[in-house]
Write a protein that binds this ligand. Structure first.
Ligand SMILES: NC(=O)c1ccc[n+]([C@@H]2O[C@H](COP(=O)([O-])OP(=O)(O)OC[C@H]3O[C@@H](n4cnc5c(N)ncnc54)[C@H](OP(=O)(O)O)[C@@H]3O)[C@@H](O)[C@H]2O)c1
Length: 232
């Protein structure tokens, strides 16, 4: 097996194979924004919702809404868009049997800063994505998209700034084939996917999201602050 491409800023090939179907489990703010963005791009998506018989506001009518286990079982890529900590732990436990062999994208931010919050101090403990990977040893876990907001997903391609149109999304994951799959999906949504090394780097991504949130708070809470990784 070849090593994941973790060279900082290494461009992702445009011809990466897309997942045949992606399930978004947890359809709150970010989950439903992802469903809408995927639908706009013509991507195959399913919604995984606890109370799946009641159509959840925010889930587009065109998207099939299933119980989390059914949606995850039918997908090649499974995005867990639920709060970190206990909800994520419970969901992982519930879905473990159907997630074996699949790629799971984890996007939570365990701590979001208040305006006056001090910068975190090292050493940093494991990220939510690493904790999830320990609970799902038969699953390839990736961290990405925690650095973009639901609002930003809704505005993709419509903000009148050439730079903003394609924000960078760092992707941290150990497995090379999972990296290709997640990068392909992130690119298809309209972002620039940037391979960001192994899953342990998810710690940095969680801190990057905090920094972006802090900058956003200083900029009047637009919800549109993102990052763009430049390379020569
Ligand atoms: N909002 C953003 O802009 C943003 C951006 C990047 C990352 N994130 C991260 O994404 C995660 C979700 O954030 P959010 O803002 O979307 O939160 P949210 O609006 O509160 O939505 C959370 C969703 O998770 C679902 N959920 C909770 N436990 C579940 C379980 N055991 N099984 C299935 N579904 C479950 C809830 O379902 P019910 O409706 O059934 O309660 C709810 O729909 C957080 O970790 C956050 O840090 C958010």
């Amino acid at each position: 097996m070849s090593e994941p491409d973790s060279r900082p800023g290494c461009a992702v090939s445009a011809a990466l194979p897309l997942p045949a179907c992606t399930a978004v489990v947890g359809c709150g703010r970010i989950g439903s924004a992802l469903l809408r963005a995927a639908l706009r791009q013509g991507l195959e998506v399913l919604a995984g919702v606890r109370e799946h018989r009641r159509r959840r506001p925010g889930v587009p009518p065109e998207v099939v809404q299933l119980a989390p286990g059914k949606a995850a079982a039918a997908a090649e890529l499974v995005v867990l868009a639920v709060p970190p900590g206990e909800p994520l732990r419970q969901l992982a436990e519930q879905l473990e049997p159907v997630l074996a062999g699949k790629v799971v994208l984890e996007l939570s931010n365990p701590v979001m800063p208040r305006g006056d919050m001090p910068a975190p101090r090292g050493p940093w403990g494991p990220s939510e994505a690493e904790l999830l990977a320990r609970r799902l040893p038969r699953t390839r876990v990736a961290k990405a998209l925690n650095t973009v907001s639901a609002k930003a997903l809704g505005r993709l391609g419509s903000v009148p700034s050439a730079e903003w149109r394609r924000p960078s999304v760092p992707v941290a994951v150990d497995d090379p084939s999972a990296q290709r799959l997640v990068c392909a999906w992130v690119e298809a949504l309209g972002f620039e996917a940037v391979p960001a090394g192994p899953l342990t780097h998810a710690r940095w991504l969680e801190h990057l999201a905090q920094l972006l949130c802090h900058i956003d708070a200083q900029s009047g809470r637009t919800g549109l602050v993102g990052c763009r990784i430049l390379r020569p």
